[in-house]
Design a protein. Structure first.
Length: 219
């Protein structure tokens, strides 16, 4: 496995988040998860990958990747998606250990994810199960991308934009390489590269503050 997929983290603290904060002043943590299933009622966290950004700068030395052992049976049909074998899960850490470390890593950060409601929902559920709370604002890159597409379409006198919003289709549009699909840290790194480009486009389209961004891209 490539060295940048190594599990480690370096927490950093910033000041309190405000709606007037310029986008280029914020600490972002770009997050991706792998789950037992997509059933939001019963799914459990299997792995979480995250990479920090300061404004549009990706901080490759500030990464987080952990495999979680939720102590439940893993549906065999999902293994071909996330690639985590039973032995990988058995050797994983407890949800409490992972989430306590993750809470330190994301402190004072805006979370970013692609179709982020999936990641947000399972993380909130897992945090609640150990008596903790996920309170960070969450930005959805799919929503940000869709807003930009609509904004550009309207400038051309159109009322509709393209409908493809999956991560890999958008990555292709931005000429971004997919290194390892459906690996939480690899997809997190891909999403960070996408967010880096979207930030430039958002600024060019007149979106300069966290409050303005939250109006259309909050998850």
């Amino acid at each position: 496995m490539q060295s940048w997929l190594t599990s480690f983290f370096t927490p950093r603290l910033n000041g309190a988040l405000t709606r007037s904060a310029p986008l280029d002043s914020l600490r972002y943590v770009v997050v991706d998860t792998e789950l037992t299933s997509l059933d939001r009622r019963t799914n459990r966290l299997l792995s979480v990958g995250a990479i920090a950004m300061e404004g549009s700068k990706i901080r490759l030395n500030e990464q987080f990747y952990r495999v979680v052992n939720p102590s439940v049976e893993i549906p065999a049909e999902t293994i071909v998606v996330h690639g985590l074998r039973p032995i990988d899960i058995e050797q994983g850490s407890s949800p409490e250990e992972v989430l306590q470390s993750f809470d330190e890593f994301i402190r004072d950060a805006v979370l970013v994810g692609h179709f982020a409601s999936i990641d947000k929902d399972v993380l909130r559920k897992e945090f609640r199960s150990i008596g903790m709370k996920l309170a960070n604002p969450v930005i959805d890159t799919a929503s940000a991308y869709h807003w930009l597409e609509l904004h550009q379409a309207r400038l051309r006198g159109l009322d509709e934009a393209g409908t493809e919003r999956d991560l890999y289709s958008i990555a292709k549009r931005y000429s971004l390489d997919v290194i390892q699909a459906h690996h939480a840290l690899s997809d997190g790194f891909l999403t960070a590269q996408l967010w880096q480009r979207l930030l430039v486009d958002l600024e060019s389209s007149g979106v300069h503050t966290l409050g303005a961004l939250l109006r259309f891209a909050r998850s």
